[in-house]
Design a protein around this ligand. Sequence first.
Ligand code: RP5
Length: 165
Amino acid sequence: MTKPPLVGIIMGSQSDWPTMRHTAEYLDRLGVPYETRIVSAHRTPDRLAEYAKAARGRGLRIIVAGAGGAAHLPGMAAAFTPLPVFGVPVESHALKGMDSLLSIVQMPAGIPVGALAIGRAGAVNAALLAAAVLATTDPALADRLDALRAEQTEAVAEQPVDTPP
Ligand code: RP5
């Protein structure tokens, strides 16, 4: 039987998936159950409201929201749910994700969004941050997170090598 999702990974467009799949990949590595949805703040506002309002009642614990450009998805999701929302600024073509970052990070006091880095780094770290929050009440997950960090440390060489041209 599959476990019910604890993390909702939402994104504004199919075009965000190449970035947001990294969140899914890391949650898979850590054994954290999640779901994925395309939910646009602008193109599907009713879907966003319904999703965010129902999220806690369906058992989700955290929402990771990725969006690019005028990236209102994380902030609007946070407005509709008391769950922690982590925002991932997707790298846009026109402004390289600076637009996404500034849209996500500068929330008015009272409705928080935890803003991550632009692009893949933010997507990976959103998964690790979500796992760290869940690990505060899940010792087995805390062990898996420790193991992943140890693996990462082991993988760092002491000396650089020339890369082929
Ligand atoms: C945002 O607009 C999405 O999050 C996406 O990053 C951006 C562009 O969307 P598409 O035009 O590629 O669907 O809503």
